[in-house]
Design a protein around this ligand. Sequence first.
Ligand SMILES: Cc1cc2nc3c(=O)[nH]c(=O)nc-3n(C[C@H](O)[C@H](O)[C@H](O)COP(=O)(O)OP(=O)(O)OC[C@H]3O[C@@H](n4cnc5c(N)ncnc54)[C@H](O)[C@@H]3O)c2cc1C
Length: 611
Amino acid sequence: MGSVVDFFDYIIVGGGTAGLTVANRLTEDANIKVLVIEAGQDRTSDALVQTPGLVLGMYGKPEYDWNFSSTPQSGLNNRIINQPRGKQLGGSSAINFMMLLFPPRGSLDAWGALGNQGWDYDSLSPYLRKFVTVHPPPQAAKETLGLAYHDDSLVGNGPVQVSYSEGYSTPNAVWMETFSKLGLKMKTDPRTGKGLGAFQQGGSINPTTKTRSHAASAHYTPEIASRPNLTVFTETAVKKIVFDTSKGEPVAVGVLIRSKDGSEKTLSGGEIILAAGALMSPQILELSGIGSRSLLESLNIPVIVDNSNVGENLQDHPITCQSFEVNPGVPSGDVLRDPDVLNALLQQYQDGGRGPLGQSNISVAYVPLADEEGVYSQDAKKALFASYDEHVQTQDRKMIRKLLEEPDEPSVQYFLFPSQAHTVLHDPPSMADYLLPTSPENYLTVMTMLNHPFSRGSIHITSDDVDELPTWDPQFNSNPLDLEISARHVQFVETLLRTSPFGDIFKPDGARIPQVRGDSLENAREVVRQSQVSCFHPSCSLSMKPREQGGVVDNRLRVYGTKGLRVVDASVFPLQIAGNIQTMVYTVAERAADIIKEDRKVLNNQGSSNF
Ligand SMILES: Cc1cc2nc3c(=O)[nH]c(=O)nc-3n(C[C@H](O)[C@H](O)[C@H](O)COP(=O)(O)OP(=O)(O)OC[C@H]3O[C@@H](n4cnc5c(N)ncnc54)[C@H](O)[C@@H]3O)c2cc1C
């Protein structure tokens, strides 16, 4: 923790993925004083955070995870879905699965086209390289997986470390081979924003130490923590933002905090940067009086800005999980149910980070709209969307339709997950319950993640108390197109299973979770309803868009109707992107830091240090 200073130029609410990135970049300038306030603890040296293979040990535990549960989802047979959220320095980057993918060009060009100048693929490209250093795959990985498309010159120069495993095995290899056989061979490095087919993404794992590389290990190193202009409070909750309303437009001038000992006080800052994540930044705005007037008045919260877009437009990646029993001898993470195996692997890991506990071995594939017959023709895609035209009327949904009608836009990302999944559970106490190997057989799981959902959910407070989690309603499949697209891709999974060599690793007539097969469109819809959950990518709840189109922040991330207040985290995405989203959270934060520095220069030139 740096030394305490009296005045902070910037107060960052939330020491998570985006918050720590911005804090590091701003305090590179010794003249800028920053305070970060994080509700969770500093657990950076905790073995569960550091060891990639022990991630399940954190879910549901209050010292790591906020542990959200959804409202019952009518589009999912009324199941209640679990949603972990990181509660510690590093936020969700400290509890995530470390898959690090780069978004396709179309996803980011859509951001620009929604009215956000300076936020298209080309403008963001420098930041896609700035946050990360990608280490080349080991030769063994290149050979096992046939990574001919991998471009070793794409490295980057940022503090988040990305590496490839030494432990990819038969399932990964046959995954790649089978997609190629089905006409989906990756031909370009997908990190260039293009590419369809199966591929191997890197993991946010330091290749030297084999430990998790996350926002805290990258942006809050001992050297950064010792900067005199950076102060970090942990175990301190921000209860609300404080405004000066005496000068016309409300100016954010500070935050009301509750410290570890329960005492409360207001701290003043030149600018407040909200970085509490897509489920909790909207909570703090609403607690502070920014949101829908009717909601705020019902809770006796004085209205600062009436904006009913706050907490709406929430988007996520729904993911359908199907586990299939493997033949004897096929590698499966389910063997970790045996304490002797786990202990042996722990010892191996302690000996220089060796073995699977230091690796992330999930493989993926980007696939455009497909069903059991394979990839749809352009005409077939257009016909499907035409028959659902009434559900594609808003500007952002038209944008998604346009994207999905392109020949090279992946409508799903498939994952090959190395063990069993029980996402059929009705209301699990935590995410760990989805993934603990409670069935006696050994499995691999194929996951079907919808890249561009048409459904929109919400996150809203139901109390004026910061300790009461807001109500999360993702509204999965409320737009019927989402169910239709997911179900067709589930039909494609049956084709994968019938195709050699992937199909050969599974036991003929072996066990399945869920038991229903995606062998007809109606059965595939039922697979989705029984086993779809969140892929933990909530975003867009405080979208960067023109206010009349549903926006909460402008293209400099300033909250409409206020001064001195920005949001920098996954909430500001204008539209969900294809692929896992941590890359874009870091990228948005890197770009935000530059914007904030630029705006500071302008203010300084005007001779003003404040708003
Ligand atoms: C289980 C899981 C697996 C995932 N796997 C992957 C993956 O493999 N690849 C990938 O790309 N993405 C993955 N993600 C998604 C990715 O990690 C997140 O989208 C990203 O980290 C979110 O960053 P953020 O800055 O928006 O929020 P966060 O990183 O969650 O930061 C928000 C911070 O704000 C703090 N906070 C909240 N309220 C308050 C308050 N009132 N006062 C003070 N502090 C507060 C929180 O404690 C937290 O530290 C995963 C996420 C989860 C949860």
